[in-house]
Design a protein around this ligand. Structure first.
Ligand code: NAP
Length: 508
């Protein structure tokens, strides 16, 4: 650990526009703003490229959108909502919850909408981050919190002819509500957690639906009761009852996480979950051949599973076809598979997910090193999923091996606590730079390497899963290989001396 304090006449010049700049006004950015205010840091700005807050819950408005983690868990622990209409809230309710949090905690005055960051550079002479904005202008901040989310940039499949299609093409993350699907011939490409919600919702309206599946998804039955007025009233009057409900739903979600991160130890549990899913499939799909094609051939947890009571049974419908032949190309009028068959459509729905590892602008740290290029060359890595040596005063919410559990809110809670502890320490030392030491970072990454073989990613049968949890190096940097409980404990207890604290202001 080092500590250098140089007072300099130029300190005044080195004062940034804001103490903290947050990029992204989804739940992570909102949570960061609330936590900063709670810590007494009011000098922060939240930059958001879109015209509204809410991140993925603003962008995704497709039919059937709902959360697939129980709402008492998929929400801030400090801001329970007694009025969830059901256990798994619908998309608009979650967007409304985001609006509510922003209002209640006074975050909106800190938000700059329609502000796109095109680059962030660390100014080594002034210990601050300089963010370049689209259309000109800069914003500077002592600390940068990258809260850009993972489900931000829609992924368009690399399929020949996509641009030639003369009908209507829509990505699920950019739903076109003006395009009525009633009576249309529709194709959906993709069978992930999004498709699983869209398909049952539209199947009854369209004339015909072709579902192009490359990899089947594991589906667990969804226990999704309505939460009647009486229950909502109970939650409101006796908050402990909602806390208890959160405890139960969080424990249930944690069991799934255990199957992922401690896969080697709990294989019988994972196998039991798989059997439960297969029984569900058998009950839902009549035709054995269709059932066979819907059966995943990789271990549960290798890729994102989901919950649904109506996805699989949609394939019983006479107007729905499951197509598992590989797509050869899109033509002007339809989709052609490698067997030469072309199926005509007038609407193409891309349920093809997101570029989950993309950071939407270059982040340039000390000595001109750019973060994404660094990871491309040396593999994705970070200390505690939050910080990278060479990138002082930068916190990733989350970075590689930083996501915990299944609920984004658990990740937000832990990763923001991490950032705030370091920022608080730097402030109390009266310094302007906090950078994780190489040694601490390497120690964390060695721990990750030792833990990964226990996870489903290295231990399960993931070869055919085509999972976005894996990156181009074959690593699975999406998830921290530990339980939620352990990760939260760690965010409270990691040694603050794992960071070097210093002040370097321009002599110049
Ligand atoms: P996804 O899980 O990445 O699924 C994309 C689908 O598109 C996959 O089935 C994929 O096939 C297919 N695909 C991509 N390129 C293709 C190509 N060239 N040809 C054929 N198929 C192609 O994306 P998503 O369904 O949008 O879900 C993304 C994440 O959003 C989920 O994992 C989940 O975390 C989140 N989500 C959450 C909720 C919620 O309620 N909380 C709801 C929906 C989504 P392969 O599998 O073969 O790659």
């Amino acid at each position: 650990m080092t500590e250098t304090t140089e007072t300099d006449a130029k300190t005044e010049q080195a004062r940034p526009d804001h103490e903290v700049v947050i990029v992204g006004a989804g739940f992570a950015g909102i949570g960061a703003g609330i936590a900063l205010k709670g810590a007494g840091i009011h000098d922060f700005v939240l930059l958001e490229r879109a015209g509204d807050i809410g991140g993925t819950w603003r962008d995704n408005t497709y039919p059937g959108l709902s959360v697939d983690i129980p709402s008492p868990t998929y929400s801030f622990a400090f801001e329970p909502r007694p009025t969830w209409s059901r256990l798994y809230a619908k998309g608009p309710e979650i967007k409304d919850y985001a609006d509510h949090c922003v209002r209640k905690y006074g975050i909106m005055p800190h938000v700059r909408l329609g502000t796109t960051v095109v680059a962030a550079r660390f100014d080594e002479g002034a210990d601050l981050w300089r963010l370049e904005l689209a259309g000109g202008g800069t914003v500077t901040g002592r600390y940068l919190l990258s809260c850009q989310g993972a489900l931000t940039t829609p992924s368009h499949p690399e399929i020949d002819g996509l641009a030639d299609f003369a009908g209507h093409t829509v990505h699920t993350a950019r739903w076109d509500h003006d395009h009525d699907l009633t009576g249309r011939r529709v194709a959906v490409i993709g069978t992930g957690a999004t498709a699983l919600q869209v398909i049952p919702e539209i199947a009854g309206r369209v004339a015909h639906l072709d579902v192009y599946q490359r990899t089947p998804i594991w589906v667990y039955p969804k226990i999704d009761p309505r939460l009647p007025r009486g229950v909502q009233e109970l939650f409101r009057r006796v908050p402990a009852t909602q806390k208890a409900t959160r405890f139960v739903t969080t424990t249930a979600v944690e069991i799934i996480v255990t199957g992922v991160v401690h896969h080697r130890r709990v294989q019988p549990l994972v196998k039991a979950v798989e059997r439960r899913c297969l029984r569900h499939l058998k009950r839902q799909v009549k035709d054995p051949e269709t059932r066979e094609r819907l059966t995943p051939r990789y271990g549960f947890g290798c890729k994102r599973p989901s919950f649904s009571n109506d996805y699989w049974r949609t394939f019983n419908r006479a107007n729905v076809d499951l197509v598992t032949d590989r797509i050869d190309r899109i033509t002007e009028t339809g989709v052609r598979t490698v067997d030469g068959r072309e199926r005509e459509i007038d609407t193409l729905i891309l349920a093809t997910g997101f570029k989950v590892f993309d950071i939407s602008f270059p982040i340039v740290g000390r000595e001109g090193v750019e973060l994404t290029a660094f990871w491309k060359q040396y593999r994705r890595q970070s200390y505690e999923g939050a910080a990278v040596p060479g990138f002082p005063n930068l916190f990733l919410v989350p970075g590689p091996y930083g996501n915990i559990g299944l609920s984004w809110f658990q990740m937000i809670d832990a990763q923001i606590r991490h950032a705030l502890r370091v920022i608080g320490e730097a402030r109390s030392r009266g310094v302007t730079r906090a950078e994780v030491s190489r040694q601490a970072h390497d120690r964390y990454m060695s721990w990750v390497e030792r833990r990964m073989p226990r996870t489903v990613f290295l231990n399960g049968d993931c070869a055919t899963a085509n999972s976005y949890y894996f990156d181009e190096h074959g690593d699975a940097p999406w998830q921290r290989p530990s339980s939620v409980v352990a990760a939260r404990r760690r965010s409270r207890s990691f040694p603050l001396d794992d960071y070097d604290y210093s002040t370097r202001v321009s002599a110049g």
